[in-house]
Design a binder for this molecule. Structure first.
Ligand code: ZN
Length: 144
């Protein structure tokens, strides 16, 4: 039952992506790729007063990579950079099976935990989060 629910959540985000699009400058933009599967994700975001005020993505690839990016935009918008970094770590831990996928704390992101037994799929699911992490590191370097 849970697996079916998780698949439905992923397909829904894939077919009706949230946060898909582009931002006008000023913005931080970073591209990530998962050559194993052919997934490409570009993350665009703006940081204002220490918060990720808005985040958009575009790209192409498998349903898991695109659904994960869609969920990411919903999950991080409005959070402080520090909170976003913590969430990224929580997602990595969940995808690697180090922590349980608790819908109470992870919300819809728990649906991504279905990939944890499939190493190639873990890369699909984590691509958007890696790209976001690198974008935040870029923001640090330019002092935003
Ligand atoms: Zn993929």
């Amino acid at each position: 039952m849970l697996e079916t629910l998780y698949q439905e959540i992923i397909l829904d985000h894939y077919r009706h992506p949230r946060g898909r699009g582009h931002l006008e400058p000023p913005k931080i933009e970073h591209e990530g790729a998962n050559p194993l599967c052919g997934d490409e994700i570009v993350i665009e975001l703006r940081i204002e007063d220490g918060r990720v005020s808005v985040v958009r993505f575009h790209g192409q690839g498998c349903s898991i990579s695109q659904a994960s990016a869609s969920m990411l935009t919903e999950a991080v918008e409005g959070k402080t950079v520090e909170e976003v970094r913590q969430l990224i770590e929580q997602v990595y831990a969940m995808l690697k099976g180090e922590t349980d996928a608790d819908p109470e704390t992870m919300g819809e992101l728990a649906a991504l935990s279905g990939v944890r037994n499939f190493p190639v799929r873990v890369k699909c699911a984590s691509l958007a989060w890696h790209t976001l992490e690198e974008a935040l590191n870029m923001a640090n370097e330019v002092g935003e």
